[in-house]
Design a protein around this ligand. Structure first.
Ligand SMILES: C[S@@+](CC[C@H](N)C(=O)[O-])C[C@H]1O[C@@H](n2cnc3c(N)ncnc32)[C@H](O)[C@@H]1O
Length: 273
């Protein structure tokens, strides 16, 4: 039997009125969440990419490819991938822009990607990836917090965050930061685990999430607790409609939501105008 927690809100208050945020099924202070999330990704960094492929049977690659298609990379643009970890989305953005530049003969246009992450261990794992070697000169790896980005106002053409926002202590603060650094007309894509739309598969999904994923995490990374956090944090994450509303409140326009794999993941997309 799976213990399900309230999914209606990401943040809550305790009786002494100290603001708390969710860390999996626990409620902790924002400071504690930041520190514990750092611990999670420090622990799994070296096996993170392998675990993603195993847990999702490679499907996360399709979700990311769809996200890139929505972002529609253009030669000469600058993308910021927040919580970019090992650089999957940034790399896909660069490849897509490169392919367009090749087709159009726009070889003079240099597309750049910044991978920004709070965790040095994840960035180090990304920097050492063989598949990224070719793009080293057009990629920047920056240690930084999504809630307080070390970038100027109106400085990037596109901003993405994939499976990152759930881990951020103050999601609204982060959305406002994303709006600040995007140029007017810039595109924003937020890919995140979400909530299934068809209840019929919920039991099977819960059984897989709570029984298989932590065991797989233990086997591959030696850290079951971090993958227990993963599945709990997904259940605590706000539903699609609430995320849409909060992105809109942060100042984005025409915010839409596309469910993937029946809502296991969802892409929120908006425009900075
Ligand atoms: C599940 S991983 C996603 C990595 C990558 N985007 C991907 O899709 O494979 C979540 C990432 O969020 C980062 N992260 C957590 N809190 C953050 C914050 N406040 N600011 C920036 N990055 C953060 C973690 O260090 C981790 O690398």
């Amino acid at each position: 039997m799976v213990h399900m927690s309230d999914t209606s809100s990401h943040e809550s208050s305790t009786s002494d009125d100290q603001p708390k945020v969710s860390f999996g099924f626990e409620d902790v202070s924002a400071t504690e969440k930041v520190s514990r999330v750092k611990g999670v990704f420090r622990s799994v960094a070296s096996r993170y990419d392998l675990m993603n492929d195993l847990m999702s049977a490679g499907v996360h690659r399709i979700w990311k490819a769809n996200t890139i298609a929505r972002l529609n990379p253009q030669p000469g643009e600058r993308i910021l991938d927040v919580a970019g970890g090992t650089g999957d989305v940034a790399l896909a953005f660069l490849k897509s822009a490169e392919e367009k530049a090749r087709r159009r003969g726009q070889h003079h246009l240099v597309t750049r990607a910044i991978v920004c992450d709070i965790n040095e261990a994840m960035l180090a794992a990304g920097r050492s990836r063989e598949s990224l070697a070719k793009y080293r000169s057009v990629m920047d790896w920056v240690t930084g917090d999504g809630m307080q980005l070390p970038f100027r106002d109106n400085s990037v053409d596109a901003l993405s965050i994939a499976f990152g926002i759930r881990n951020v202590a103050d999601m609204d603060m982060a959305f406002r930061e994303f709006r600040r650094v995007l140029k007017p007309g810039g595109r924003f894509a937020c890919l995140e685990f979400s909530h299934m739309t068809a209840g019929v598969l919920q039991d099977a999904y819960d059984a897989y999430s709570f029984n298989v994923i932590p065991k797989l995490g233990d086997w591959i990374t030696g850290d079951a607790a971090s993958y227990q956090y993963l599945v709990e944090s997904i259940r605590r994450f706000p539903k699609q409609d609430e995320v849409t509303r909060r992105i809109t409140e942060a100042g984005f326009s025409q915010v839409s939501c596309t469910n993937y794999s029946g809502g296991i993941a969802a892409l929120h997309f908006g425009w900075a105008v």
